[in-house]
Design a protein. Structure first.
Length: 270
């Protein structure tokens, strides 16, 4: 006896969950809810109403921010341009480091005894905040943009290597096997079978990280790693909130332009 086919256009019924699956969902989401409730006091959310209470200090601060002072715009734009250059060089060096690490961390390309140590290095680079790395380089090479470039390069290299390796692991095996059938070496398999498949995606990942690094480079300036962040930190310490407002506006405009340019380039690649 055959079952009748469902009528055309009918929406299939969602699969039913077992009792164990329901219990696991309740346990997971209940645990998340319990953790949020438990950490309410730990993160001091009880003082949130103070944000809206208003005071003379807050009113004065907001009033100054609403009246940006662009009298030093040449300085601000110049420092922002330095920040963009820090992000650009940091991203370039990160790609230079991330490509070999990404290939070495791909399970379908490299042996296990190579994959695991490389993945440990990637995890370490990603887990250390770029501010901490930046402080180390400030001590090593002194104040200035070089510390920011090196901090962004190492932190971003770990992120890009992870993304690059995942892209390699999802490639189509056909082109690689075709190159292998010609008797080519392992290096030729990578150059002619792997790289052409992942190059557009790798470029998209690098452009996205450049966007992110443009913002990270601003923060790195707070520790003396050059760029607009250093001027921003000095203006805040001097309570020059009108200058702070002008700097923030310039940063927002610059990052927005970089985002638009990056999006246009990614659309041409994919």
């Amino acid at each position: 006896m055959t079952t009748a086919a469902p009528p055309a256009g009918a929406v299939p019924a969602p699969p039913t969950k077992s009792l164990g699956a329901w219990a696991l969902d309740v346990l997971i989401w209940g645990g998340v809810a319990a953790l949020l409730i438990y950490s309410f006091d730990a993160v001091d959310l009880g003082n949130l109403p103070r944000l809206f209470a208003g005071s003379d200090v807050v009113n004065n601060f907001i009033g100054e921010l609403l009246r940006p002072d662009f009298s030093k715009w040449r300085l601000f734009v110049g420092e922002m341009w330095e920040t963009v250059q820090i992000a650009l060089w940091g991203t370039f060096l990160a790609v230079f480091l991330g490509v070999p690490m990404g290939l070495a961390a791909a399970r379908n390309i490299a042996p296990v005894w190579v994959v695991q140590p490389v993945r440990w290095i990637m995890n370490m680079l990603r887990s250390i905040p770029d501010l901490v790395i930046g402080l180390l380089f400030v001590v090593a090479v002194g104040l200035g943009p070089l510390a920011g470039v090196l901090a962004i390069a190492l932190n971003t290299a770990g992120v890009l290597a992870k993304l690059f390796s995942e892209a390699v692991e999802s490639i189509d095996k056909g082109p690689v096997e075709g190159v292998r059938a010609t008797g080519a070496s392992k290096m030729h398999e990578i150059v002619w079978g792997v790289i052409p498949q992942v190059a557009p995606l790798w470029t998209s990942f690098a452009l996205y990280r450049f966007e992110s690094n443009s913002r990270s480079a601003t923060v790195l300036g707070l520790i003396g790693a050059g760029g607009i962040g250093q001027v921003l930190f000095e203006s805040m310490n001097a309570f020059a909130f009108r200058d702070v407002s002008a700097i923030v506006i310039i940063v927002v405009i610059a990052v927005t332009l970089i985002d638009l340019l990056s999006q246009a380039m990614r659309k041409r690649l994919l």
